[in-house]
Write a protein that binds this ligand. Structure first.
Ligand SMILES: Cc1cc2nc3c(=O)[nH]c(=O)nc-3n(C[C@H](O)[C@H](O)[C@H](O)COP(=O)(O)OP(=O)(O)OC[C@H]3O[C@@H](n4cnc5c(N)ncnc54)[C@H](O)[C@@H]3O)c2cc1C
Length: 461
């Protein structure tokens, strides 16, 4: 008698358990409930099994089992996908979080890093040697996910995206082969993974370039948000040398201890700054920002680079958001942000403005699958909340504010996108990028096994 799909799924899980070097966690196993969850805690899916892989060979085993058994396959590094792409209902999850190897070649200025490390773990460990690679603004984000999305972070204008420091990747392809991708080996694959997320394979190790960075001038400058302050902040960031990268979070002041009580709930710019240059010059570079208004809090100071990752993180249920690249904020943009922020009932809401340029734009747009390098500004609207029943409300707020900001439809950054339609994903890969990615998807994953991501459908024909 032929086995039912459920029986063959159970067999696949049992066989995987027997052959895996790492741990397999299935329903009923201790730790299953914790292991099935991702960073957005509200996402409530029940995989058939979570494979805490021990290396590339384990990844290949899970890929093959998923293919044979037709189980959905999810890949997770740090679990920060807003769409919950790192988990699955009824499928297999490749959980890379145990892959925390780190081999630093300080003389060569590179490191081999397991993709289970988080941005914070990596930065703290390399920081002990006075070395760093640019990652994002949050320590718990996985190095696997942020790198394959692109990586817009604190060293953006000085050293570019994280992918601009990616030299080599060990990748398990959708047919279970372990390959090396670099400019010399599998160059097409190497192009595609630098922005193409998990569409082309599962990355188990990266070789990243390291920069000598010990002390920086950095931290948070909190200013009252008025249209003049928002505009002035962006102008100052644009005028600053490449050594300074900034992230301006325009939000309503949360009740945090460093913000005086009388300011709670007021519109503020939480400006995150990282000046990677001589400390004595940093003060002069930050001065134009400090001059914009009497700061509500000024925590910008000489510090060790990893200190940027030391802030607390809060538990979040769900996120709604959108993002886009632009050349500038529309003249009425600052007013629109200030008008819309109080309309949101989300626990956390912000419009994040990141001035681009510098090293980012010195790499040609067609050099990697991330192809927004000629734009000047990144605008990221996010709302985070605990109750999934509120999703439509927060999504409507995000869409309304994006409209008010004149989102030009030029496309966004996959790293911050959620569960999107094909038109939105396509717009994230502008110009000839989309067609080339589709061709390469046909070559590397013609059956679209790796589809729990911002999916690039294989080219037809
Ligand atoms: C609070 C927060 C702050 C953020 N800040 C920044 C920021 O400053 N800059 C920035 O650029 N981005 C930022 N992001 C976006 C973040 O980089 C992306 O969401 C990224 O994909 C998360 O990676 P992850 O490994 O933590 O997530 P996961 O959910 O594990 O993975 C995300 C996606 O990448 C795939 N993936 C993960 N690891 C691998 C791998 N090793 N091989 C193949 N595919 C893989 C997954 O399948 C999934 O599709 C932030 C996100 C959050 C939630």
């Amino acid at each position: 008698m032929a086995s039912t799909p459920q029986q063959s799924h159970n067999t696949a899980v049992d066989e995987l358990r027997a052959e895996l070097g790492g741990e397999l966690i299935a329903p009923g196993d201790p730790g299953y409930d914790e292991a099935r969850h991702v960073w957005f805690r509200g996402i409530d899916r029940r995989p058939a099994a979570i494979a805490r892989v021990a290396g590339a060979d384990d990844v290949a085993r899970v890929v093959r089992r998923a293919r044979e058994s037709r189980l959905e396959l999810a890949v997770r590094s740090g679990g920060h996908s807003r769409a919950g792409h790192g988990t699955s209902d009824g499928g297999l999850v490749i959980d890379l979080s145990e892959l925390k190897s780190l081999e630093i070649d300080a003389d060569g200025g590179t490191a081999w890093v397991g993709t289970g490390l988080t941005a914070g773990e990596y930065t703290i460990a390399t920081g002990e040697r006075g070395l760093a690679t640019g990652l994002g603004d949050t320590g718990s984000v996985g190095i696997g996910g942020i790198t394959l999305a692109g990586g817009i972070g604190f060293l953006l204008r000085k050293y570019g995206l994280t992918i601009d420091d990616l030299l080599t990747a060990e990748v398990v392809t959708a047919d279970g082969e372990v390959v090396t991708a670099s400019e010399e080996s599998e160059p097409d694959l190497f192009w595609a993974i630098r922005g193409g997320e998990s569409n082309f394979g599962v990355a188990t190790r990266f070789r990243l370039r390291l920069h000598e960075i010990s002390e920086i001038v950095g931290g948070m400058l909190v200013l009252p948000a008025t249209p003049e302050v928002i505009t002035g902040f962006l102008e100052a960031a644009e005028a600053a040398p490449d050594e300074l990268s900034t992230i301006a979070n325009v939000t309503l002041a949360p009740p945090m201890p460093f913000i005086p009580e009388e300011a709670h709930g007021n519109p503020i710019v939480m400006g995150l700054m990282a000046y990677v240059g001589p400390t004595d010059e940093g003060k002069g570079v930050i001065a134009p920002f400090r001059a914009l208004a009497e700061p509500i809090a000024d925590m910008v100071r000489p510090m060790r680079y990893p200190e940027l990752y030391e802030g607390p993180e809060h538990e979040v249920g769900f996120g709604a958001g959108t993002n886009f690249f632009a050349d500038s904020l529309e003249p009425a943009g600052p007013e629109a942000i200030l008008e819309w922020l109080p309309k949101s009932t989300a626990m956390m809401k912000a419009v994040q403005l990141r001035v681009l340029g510098g090293a980012l734009e010195r790499v040609p747009n067609d050099a990697t699958a991330f192809a927004h390098r000629d734009r000047r500004l990144f605008v990221n609207i996010q709302a985070m909340y605990m109750d999934g029943a509120e999703t439509a409300t927060h999504a409507a707020w995000v869409a309304g504010l994006a409209d008010a900001l004149g989102e030009d439809g030029a496309g966004g950054y996959v790293g911050f996108l959620g569960d999107e339609d094909e038109a939105t994903i396509r717009a994230a890969y502008p110009g000839p990028t989309w067609a080339r990615l589709r061709e390469l998807k046909r070559r590397y994953d013609p059956d679209n096994l790796l589809r729990l991501n911002h999916n690039i459908p294989p080219a037809e024909g």
